[in-house]
Design a protein around this ligand. Structure first.
Ligand code: NDP
Length: 284
């Protein structure tokens, strides 16, 4: 068997064209504030691609690039200004933050109505209750991808490997909200292969190159590879996922890396920004 590839591009394009229509229907364009502290190269590149994508769909964006030694007070003061600015519909603080800043305090400071990353504790609680309007972008984008490719979710056994607050945990919450039977595995899981082989839908967010091997996958399963790992193969820098390429011989469907989940994350951020703008427009 060779797995059907599940590329993110057609799904992201469909989502982004719907976003463009929704932006046009608003009284004024949404505005997304992107906040970055320091010059971590991955963060610089993520913020740049979010800024660029916003422009493509008619969302105004502003980048606030703060120095590495920014104090927590200064960052909180900026967030308070953005919260109070009625022109700003969405606020994203790029993670990770430098060590002198308490990440939890920053996430708590963002107005939940403008929290387009879905990381504020209020939105996290709403998500677990199954009624959030703003869900974390990577897992929400993965649900869009499953729906686009008509992968059934309700009643299916879903296994999420990884329990981070940005991918694993919210992915479990959203799959549960869609009536999957969900297991969350992590570094302390005993006999991981026996757990992953149960999965009809296997979502892997571990951050280890080619970690999931073919014998860990149930034949015909849908495998979602969230991993982004930069490694060297034969002296060449390459980006690989958390799933071994041999899994394509066993799985029914498999997302590529690059070109899979990563495209969905940015597209979903645009969808969340327009959702926040619609909610604000309705409240005015
Ligand atoms: P974290 O490092 O925060 O979490 C990794 C998780 O994997 C942890 O829960 C950890 O378990 C678990 N884990 C580590 N080793 C093992 C193991 N041997 N067996 C089972 N579980 C293990 O990573 P993130 O969730 O932030 O990211 C995961 C990957 O996804 C990374 O490659 C990242 O770059 C990528 N990513 C991609 C995105 C995209 O848009 N495509 C967006 C966000 C992330 P424990 O909790 O026990 O330590």
């Amino acid at each position: 068997m060779t797995a059907t590839p599940l590329p993110g591009k057609p799904v992201a394009d469909t989502l982004l064209s719907a976003v463009t229509e929704r932006v046009r229907a608003l009284p004024r364009p949404p505005r997304l504030a992107l906040v970055r502290v320091g010059e971590d190269p991955a963060s610089v590149s993520y913020v740049r691609s979010k800024d660029k994508k916003a422009g493509q769909v008619g969302i105004e964006s502003e980048v606030h690039a703060l120095p590495e030694d920014t104090s927590q007070e200064a960052l909180l003061a900026l967030i308070a200004r953005l919260n109070a600015d009625p022109g700003v519909s969405g606020i994203l603080v790029q993670l990770p933050l430098p060590a002198q800043i308490d990440e939890a305090a920053v996430l708590l400071a963002v107005d939940p109505a403008k929290d387009v990353d879905g990381f504020h504790p209020y939105n996290v609680a709403q998500m677990w209750a199954g009624r959030a309007r703003l869900n974390p972008c990577t897992p929400a984008g993965i649900l869009e991808l499953l729906d686009f490719y008509h992968v059934p979710v309700a009643g299916q056994r879903a296994v999420v490997v990884g329990r981070s607050e940005i991918v694993g945990r919210p992915m479990a919450a959203l799959l549960l909200g869609r009536d999957a039977t969900v297991t969350v595995a992590h570094s302390r899981t005993a006999d991981l292969g026996a757990v992953t082989r149960e999965a009809d839908i296997l979502v892997v967010a571990v951050g280890r190159p080619q970690f999931i091997t073919p014998e860990m996958v149930k034949p015909g399963a849908t495998v979602i590879d969230v991993g982004i790992n930069r490694i060297e193969i034969g002296g060449q820098a390459r980006m690989v996922g958390d799933v071994h390429p041999g899994v394509a011989e066993v799985a029914g469907g498999l997302t590529p890396v690059p070109g899979g989940v990563g495209l969905m994350t940015v597209a979903q951020l645009m969808a969340n920004t327009v959702t926040a703008a619609e909610l604000l427009a309705r409240a005015e």
